[in-house]
Ligand binder design. Structure first.
Ligand SMILES: *Cc1c(COP(=O)(O)O)cnc(C)c1O
Length: 365
C-alpha cells in the first residue's frame, strides 16, 4: 500500500561527530565500505499507517528483537550509488531517480512497501548535505551511499510478509577501485552454482542474492581468479553477469551485452553505457551470448575486448577466462581502447570534466 504523504525529516545532530583531523585521516586512505560518516537516515513503515518517523540521526547500532523477520527470512533489499565532488566544487549524484525506481522494483518482488521516489532522493540529499565534509576531494574518490530496507516485525511466522519495515541510508567514503592503474580481472565460469533462476529474485537488488553467491566467489578465488561469472540456471551456457557487475562484449565498434532476461540485475551503469554508446560512435545490441561464442570469438579475433561495469568500479576490463574444462585470454589480455574510452566518458560526466548531455547529474550542494 502506498500512502500519498509528504514526509518531513526530524534532524538529530550527532554530539560525537569526528573532528576534522580524524576525518582527514580516514579520507587519506578510505578503502571501501570500512568507515561511515557521522549521520544516517531512518524512516519506519507500518502497514495501514505508511511511512513515518523520518529522521537524520547520529550513525550508530540498531537494537532489534532476535526474532526480527529480516534475521530469519532475509526480507531485505539495498541500493548503491555515489556522491561525487566535481571539478567545480559542486557535490552531485548520478541518476538517483534510476536507483529510486529500481529500489521500488526490488521492493515489489520482495513483498515490501515502495518508498516515494522523491523521499528516496530527499533522504540522500539530507544525509550528504549534513555529512558533506566526508565527500572526498581526491580525484577518483567518492562518498558511497547505501540505502537499504529491512523487515522489522518480530515473530517467526512465515505465512505473511512483515507488517513493519525500516528504510535507512548510510554513507562511506570510497577510494578509487583501482589504485596504480587499471588492471584487467580474471574470471571463473561458475557451472556448479547458479545465481538466479527464472521467476526468482535475480533482477532485485536483495542481500539474499549475495548470500547465495559467496561460495561461488570463493571457488573463483580458489581457482586463481578474481571474480565469478554467472551463467544461466538451465544449461550453464549463456553468460549473465560478473559478481556484482554487468558485462559488455566488444566486437570492433559494436557493444554486445546480455539481454535482461529477469535473472540479471539491471545495472544503471549498464543502461548508461548503452545510452552513451551512440555518442561515442558505437553500435549496441542486447542479446543472449554463450560461453562458446565468447571463447570462439576470442580465438578468431572478432571479440576485441570484454569489460564489466557497475557503480563501485565503473568499468573494469576482463582479461582471462577460466572454467572447469577450458581457459583463454580475450585479445592480448590488456585493457582495450573501447573499454578505456567508455570509462573515461562516464567518469568524465560524473566528475564534471565532460558535458552532461543526458541530464544524469543531480546536484546536491
Ligand atoms: C548493483 C549490481 C550491479 C550493477 O548495478 P549498477 O546500478 O550499475 O551499480 C550488477 N550486478 C549486481 C548483481 C548488482 O548487485
Amino acid at each position: 500500500m502506498t500512502i500519498a504523504q509528504k514526509l518531513s525529516f526530524d534532524v538529530q545532530l550527532s554530539d560525537h561527530a569526528r573532528t576534522a583531523a580524524e576525518r582527514e585521516q580516514v579520507l587519506a586512505n578510505p578503502g571501501f565500505g570500512q568507515t561511515f560518516t557521522d549521520h544516517m537516515i531512518s524512516i519506519d513503515y507500518t502497514d495501514g499507517e505508511g511511512w513515518h518517523d523520518a529522521r537524520l540521526m547520529p550513525y550508530g547500532p540498531l537494537s532489534l528483537d532476535p526474532a526480527t523477520s529480516v534475521f530469519h527470512y532475509a526480507q531485505e533489499l539495498f541500493e548503491g550509488l555515489k556522491a561525487y565532488r566535481q571539478i567545480s566544487g559542486s557535490i552531485v549524484t548520478f541518476r538517483p531517480y534510476a536507483n529510486a525506481a529500481r529500489f521500488n522494483r526490488s521492493a515489489a518482488r520482495m513483498a515490501m512497501p515502495e518508498l516515494p521516489e522523491e523521499t528516496f532522493v530527499e533522504s540522500l540529499e539530507l544525509l550528504v548535505e549534513h555529512d558533506k565534509e566526508w565527500v572526498p576531494t581526491t580525484e577518483g574518490h567518492s562518498l558511497y551511499l547505501r540505502p537499504f530496507m529491512i523487515a522489522t516485525q518480530a515473530g517467526l511466522g512465515v505465512n505473511y510478509p512483515s507488517k513493519t519495515y525500516k528504510y535507512m541510508v548510510i554513507a562511506s567514503p570510497a577510494a578509487s577501485y583501482f589504485t596504480g592503474g587499471i588492471k584487467p580481472v580474471s574470471v571463473w565460469l561458475s557451472t556448479e552454482y547458479t545465481r538466479a533462476a527464472p521467476g526468482g529474485t535475480g533482477f532485485a537488488k536483495c542481500g539474499g542474492n549475495y548470500a547465495a553467491a559467496f561460495v561461488a566467489q570463493r571457488q573463483a578465488v580458489e581457482n586463481g581468479c578474481d571474480q565469478v561469472v554467472w551463467l544461466d540456471a538451465h544449461e550453464h551456457r549463456y553468460v549473465e553477469e560478473m559478481g556484482g557487475m554487468n558485462l559488455f562484449f566488444v566486437f570492433g565498434d559494436k557493444l554486445v551485452t546480455p539481454a535482461l532476461t529477469g535473472t540479471l540485475l539491471p545495472g544503471i551503469t549498464r543502461e548508461s553505457i548503452l545510452e552513451l554508446a551512440g555518442d561515442l560512435g558505437l553500435e549496441t545490441e542486447e542479446r543472449l551470448i554463450t560461453v562458446d561464442e565468447w571463447q570462439e570469438a576470442s580465438a578468431s579475433g572478432d571479440l576485441t575486448e570484454v569489460f564489466a561495469c557497475g557503480t563501485a568500479a565503473v568499468v573494469t576490463p576482463v582479461g582471462t577466462v577460466k572454467g572447469a574444462d577450458r581457459s583463454w585470454t580475450v585479445a592480448d589480455g590488456t585493457p582495450g581502447p573501447v573499454t578505456m574510452r567508455v570509462r573515461e566518458e562516464l567518469v568524465g560526466i560524473q566528475y564534471g570534466a565532460r558535458p552532461d548531455t543526458h541530464n544524469w547529474i543531480h546536484k546536491i550542494g
